[in-house]
Design a protein around this ligand. Structure first.
Ligand SMILES: *Cc1c(COP(=O)(O)O)cnc(C)c1O
Length: 230
């Protein structure tokens, strides 16, 4: 089934804070329909400046996501001076040579996806003495342009992470853009359960309701909150 034939979640109107409240209500309803708790909403603030982010901070929102270490390192330290309880999630691909910066800046990393990064993160965590929450990104449809470990390589990667002393808490995926996301979200939930991992990062602006109904614990929402990115 093509995603275009599915009803997308209604895009709320109004300012970012009222969109946040509207999306939160949709998440609660969708999660309840699937018999799950409401997922945490990560406001994906990539490409957005402080003037777009501040209204959400002022409205009390504290969980934000970025896809680039350098962009986040430039943007967030000043904001964190005023809002020290912000939780920052890295949702984009991570280069091994930025592992130490990522461990210093982020509270969660959703894009652990290969052996070299396991080793780099283990070294960075060891020297920093702090470990962000870690999620392994899975490339369920084996799309070459996307990050994520191949589904059949997931068990070995989890095993390697455990051997280095890293604690992995969950799985993350970005399903193919032109397909019904539901089977991919259901598969991610099944894999997480099989490996005893409690966190499920799935669902974006176009499909957060589907993800919430299938047990997402974290949804990553950018354009439905901030408007289209330039
Ligand atoms: C940009 C991004 C999102 C948010 O996408 P929207 O469609 O704007 O909600 C979520 N997850 C990842 C990994 C992203 O890069």
């Amino acid at each position: 089934m093509k995603k275009a034939s599915l009803a997308p979640p209604p895009v709320p109107i109004g300012d970012a804070a009222s969109r946040l409240a509207a999306i939160d209500a949709l998440l609660a309803k969708a999660a309840q329909s699937g018999g799950h708790g409401k997922p945490a909403l990560i406001a994906i603030s990539k490409t957005q400046g402080p003037e777009q982010i501040l209204p959400l901070l002022e409205a009390g929102h504290r969980m934000f996501g970025e896809n680039r270490v350098q962009e986040a390192a430039a943007k967030w330290p000043p904001l964190k001076q005023t809002y020290p309880d912000v939780a920052l999630h890295l949702v984009g691909q991570l280069q091994s040579n930025k592992a130490a910066d990522a461990v210093a800046l982020f509270d969660a990393i959703h894009s652990l996806d290969r052996s070299s990064l396991v080793q780099a993160l283990a070294a960075a965590v060891h020297s920093a003495g702090r470990q962000p929450l870690l999620l392994v990104q899975v490339n369920l449809a084996a799309e070459p342009q996307k990050g994520g470990v191949a589904t059949d390589a997931l068990p070995a990667l989890l095993e390697e992470a455990a051997q280095t002393g890293l604690r992995v808490s969950g799985l993350m995926t970005v399903p193919p853009a032109d397909k019904d996301p539901a089977p991919y979200f259901a598969l991610l939930a099944k894999l997480a359960k099989r490996h005893g991992l409690p966190l499920l990062s799935m669902g974006m602006s176009g499909d957060f309701d589907v993800a919430a109904a299938l047990g997402a614990t974290h949804v990553r929402i950018g354009s439905a909150l901030f408007g289209p990115r330039e």
